[in-house]
Design a protein around this ligand. Structure first.
Ligand code: NAP
Length: 296
């Protein structure tokens, strides 16, 4: 029997590159397309990409992820984060295949004092968050069999992320200031990629748990706590790190976009439906630092 194909968009991004390194699930082949090979906002290109009858699921990792820039580029953010997923969802409906779509903790306003559940009310406080929420709504409205995977604070060996920024900036400075009053769940890109592949496989095989699922790293931590963990491990691996990491408030570090103060995600629904537990970011961080240390 020929392998089924899982078409993966945004394959050149942080999670996309992590996914392209993974072995596909048994019986599958991954067709990963970067932005140059497939623009998700182009219905003709998406139709052509799905024309191969072996395509049995789609994973959408393409997104506009520049959170601050989105405040002044709302049209671009909505085109990619809302209209693109709508194009993909409609194409999947026509072909009768499922869509795994990745979304974000930034759909919430940050006011909770326990990890957010799928049933909690959304309330984005940024253009990026609002555009991602609109994308979720477009996917649900299209009537496609779908899993929307909300994740948070993504880090990996590839692409730009907080871990790599800390290592780069920390190498040149004696002291750093990092925000301590935003709490969330750092999530390894590779774990997200594995979960997307599992969901694509299970949905294509008829699994009936669909809708929104949360998947965020555990335990919840502040950016400051995360930075301290990064530097403690990096120092042991021989990296030059700052002597002090000062805890500051969000007010001390103004950014164009607001961020939720508390955005940890409760992964219980995904665990109950698919047996996938929240990843421990400390293990993921060890893996990523080991890989970055080898590269250097
Ligand atoms: N990064 C995080 O901390 C974070 C947190 C929560 C959720 N998420 C979500 O996780 C998913 C993956 O994020 P990521 O960190 O891998 O983002 P990323 O590194 O920015 O990758 C996104 C990719 O999408 C591509 N893209 C943009 N517009 C496109 C279009 N019209 N058609 C096709 N591809 C397009 C980008 O290409 P260009 O680089 O050429 O623009 C980029 O390669 C996204 O849905 C994101 O919203 C991310």
């Amino acid at each position: 029997m020929t392998d089924r194909i899982v078409l993966t968009t945004g394959a050149g991004g942080q999670v996309g590159q992590a996914l392209m390194e993974l072995p596909p699930p048994a019986g599958w082949r991954i067709d990963g397309r970067g932005r140059g090979a497939l623009d998700i906002t182009d219905p003709d290109a998406v139709g052509a990409a799905l024309a191969d009858g072996a395509v049995a699921a789609v994973i959408n990792l393409a997104a506009y992820t520049a959170v601050d820039r989105a405040e002044t580029e709302p049209d671009a953010a909505y085109r990619i984060n809302r209209d693109g997923p709508a194009v993909l969802a409609e194409a999947c409906v026509r072909r009768g295949i499922p869509l795994v779509h990745v979304s974000t903790d930034y759909v919430f306003d940050g006011s909770a004092d326990r990890p957010w559940r799928e049933t909690d009310p959304t309330g984005p406080v940024s253009v990026y968050g609002a555009s991602k929420l609109a994308g979720e709504q477009a996917v649900a409205a299209a009537g496609v069999r779908h899993a929307i995977l909300r994740t948070s604070w993504v880090f990996g060996a590839q692409g730009g992320n907080f871990v790599k920024t800390m290592l780069r900036v920390g190498a040149d400075r004696d002291s750093l200031r990092v925000v301590a009053d935003q709490i969330g769940g750092p999530t390894p890109a590779r774990a997200i990629a594995e979960t997307c592949l599992t969901l694509a496989d299970r949905l294509a095989s008829g699994a009936d748990a669909t809708g929104v699922f949360h998947y965020g790293g555990s335990p919840a931590v502040s950016w400051h706590g995360f930075a301290e963990a990064i530097f403690a491990r990096a120092a042991a691996l021989g990296w030059r790190v700052p002597r002090t990491v000062e805890a500051i408030t969000t007010a001390d570090y103004p950014t164009p976009a607001r961020r939720p103060a508390y955005s940890a995600l409760d992964t219980t629904r995904l665990t109950e439906a698919y047996g996938i537990a929240a990843p421990d970011w400390r293990t993921g961080l060890d893996d990523v630092l080991a890989r970055l240390t080898q590269k250097d």
